[in-house]
Write a protein that binds this ligand. Sequence first.
Ligand SMILES: Cc1ncc(COP(=O)(O)O)c(C=O)c1O
Length: 383
Amino acid sequence: MFNTSHIEISRTAYKSNIRYLKKIIGPEARISSVIKGNAYGHGVEHILPLGEEAGLDHFSVFSASEALEAFKVKKPATRIMIMGHVDEQELEWAVENGLEFFVFDMGRLQKAMELAKKTGQKARIHIEAETGFHRTGFEYDTLPELVRFLKKNQAHHVFEGLCTHYAGAESLSNFLRVKNQIALYRKFYRYFSRHELVPLRRHTAGSAAALTYPATIMDMVRFGIAQYGFWPSPETQMFRFKKASFDDNALKRTLSWKSRVMVVKEVEAGQFVGYGSSYLANKKIKIAVVPVGYSNGFSRSLSNTGRVLIRGRRVPVIGTVTMNTMTVNVTDVPGIEKGDEVVMIGRQKRMNISIASFCEMSNQLNYQLLTRLPADIPRSIVK
Ligand SMILES: Cc1ncc(COP(=O)(O)O)c(C=O)c1O
């Protein structure tokens, strides 16, 4: 076993999440599974086939390099959509191989049309509307020029989608901004329709929007965080819980992260543990060293605050988290031995460490913690 920790992904939890999300969006809308950031740390090569097993046939990535990863493991009919960066060379590959991609400026659109003519393949484009997120997207007042160009080149593209992205649908504080974005998106859609350019799919929502603003569901939802079993925010979770019962824990965490005890030893009263003097043993204690540190995704900010599970007990991290190790206080864990399982995220006996609690302690969002789990930690699918 050439690794210091490993990640398990639960097939049952993942499929249950997809079933729940399908129920929310209804039979008419399609799911695009967002697998950027190495499938939010879960591993593209694991999540994509699992998604296909769950009936999904559309996946979204940020860049062409991520698309290539997805391309290697997907079934032939499965579609990949690039939502962000593609350079010129990559664009040729994307057009040639029938990948879908966002278009948010005239430069990319012109290039895509040139490549479509060159390769003889229609470019599968999603026009992104700037509705108020202010990252990428065509401004409303550029539509006359855009529409003229699209109509002139109609033989060289498939208008796969008209899309936008909301500026924080997970927080009530953005309510008005999101509402305005929905209204402006509709105005974009009406403009295209009036000019007989009807996109095959309207898609605007990620997890938070789809879970809290039903109007955003439209023809397709780009689900990221929720498919992995995490709520985009406590507000989103409360909103759904109001609609169901409090016992209905609709989303299930798919990922567990585990390691093993490397060393167990005692430290006398009055000694500091680890670098510096942030932890002083005020009595004789027993410590365990775990071979996972900040280079492995266990944030340094969890020094003296993090918790892990060993032998079904929650034990505190003491001293600073180092590059490759953390030290935990196991004074109250009877019988602890080198080689015992350590759970950083997940369940052990009746105890559970959720990512949410983990993130609260280290001040990171679910998103950040997950995508910082290094790609070289081995992942496997479990039941
Ligand atoms: C354009 C776009 N769509 C969808 C998503 C998925 O968002 P979420 O993980 O909140 O579902 C993202 C993620 O940031 C995104 O950038």
